[in-house]
Write a protein that binds this ligand. Sequence first.
Ligand SMILES: C[S@@+](CC[C@H](N)C(=O)[O-])C[C@H]1O[C@@H](n2cnc3c(N)ncnc32)[C@H](O)[C@@H]1O
Length: 382
Amino acid sequence: MPETHTDFAGRIAAEAYWEDDTLADPAWRKVFDAVPRSAFAPDDWFEWNGYGWDARHRADNEQDWDEAVHAVTQPFITQVGDDNMPTCSLSAPMLVAAMLGTLDLDDGMRVFESGTGTGWTAALMAARVGPAGLVVTVEYDPELAGIAVENWHSSGVWDGLALVAFVGDGESGRPALAPFDRVSATHSVRRIPAAWIAQTRPGGLVCAPLKIGQPDLDLYVQLRVGEDGTAEGRVRFPVDFMASRTSRPPAPAKQAEDEKRCSVTDWNLPAVVAAKEAWPSRIAVPGLNVTGPLVEDGDDCMWLSLPDGSWAVAYVPQGAPWKDATVEQHGPQDVWSLAEDAWARWEAADRPGINEYGLSVGRDETHTLWCRTPDNVVAVLN
Ligand SMILES: C[S@@+](CC[C@H](N)C(=O)[O-])C[C@H]1O[C@@H](n2cnc3c(N)ncnc32)[C@H](O)[C@@H]1O
């Protein structure tokens, strides 16, 4: 028997991404019950088969569609691009709850969203701020924006709510409808766009996933906008979001071909840079690109690189412990050493949690990552 939507909200609450308690709030519980995810899920979707994305169709298997729509920990992929990477999804419900919770929404607020997709999160926010509020959402892909509007209409959530969609680059905000109390992004950004800070009233919040490295490390930050056009706040949780369609990473410099600098490391390298838990070293080395561990020519290898052309490889005979791996470093910076030093500093600082890190965005758009207090700078993003 299909579950009721109330059961769905309860399961999201039980999953509680990063100990999130958004759905303990009766106002949000009511909203998640009133705005069903299923009303925003197209009949065609995509599922990972271990190598690529399979197109799935509701008409072929209604039960699979229903299970995918009601999976609380998984995104429902609605679009895959030419490079076989997802370009739109209904984000994982437990993550949506956590993101919406950080916005600290209240009745009557004006909210700007970048990344409408098929319209679910915008509808949830509109239901939360109520008829006296406003949600303005911008979607890069015109087809998706059209689907979102149809979904608001057909699901009935549009009745009585102020919810508008535009096609364009959400990174520009919507100056004509500013100021906003809140800005929310459902795609990652490489920098917090100046337009979002400028279009948020002093005291308002900008909440967004900040892409810090590859693969899969975005810092979901909650920034309070100051009177002086700056913004500052904490990292709330790590995520892995689709990247903004308009701020792709700059093409990395050609990898340096200078003489290698060799050393032997006694670190457990995958734990320090490759594992999900490796964020302490990756926060402190922005732009770090990690590949591996891979098996190459009978060795276990890991590759690291930076956008400036620095790169390094570490290897051990296949199956041997990573301790005593040989490391070769090239280019302007010793990238392995940077990662290892960052990890050592994190350990020396009593292993601060990810919520103890924060971001300050200056009037000149400088992005400074810090730990515990803004004067304890960990990295500056240029
Ligand atoms: C994870 S999906 C949307 C999630 C959605 N809001 C939901 O209801 O779950 C991210 C969306 O951001 C859109 N997007 C990416 N970059 C964008 C940009 N610069 N401006 C506007 N939309 C963008 C993508 O096209 C995609 O639809």
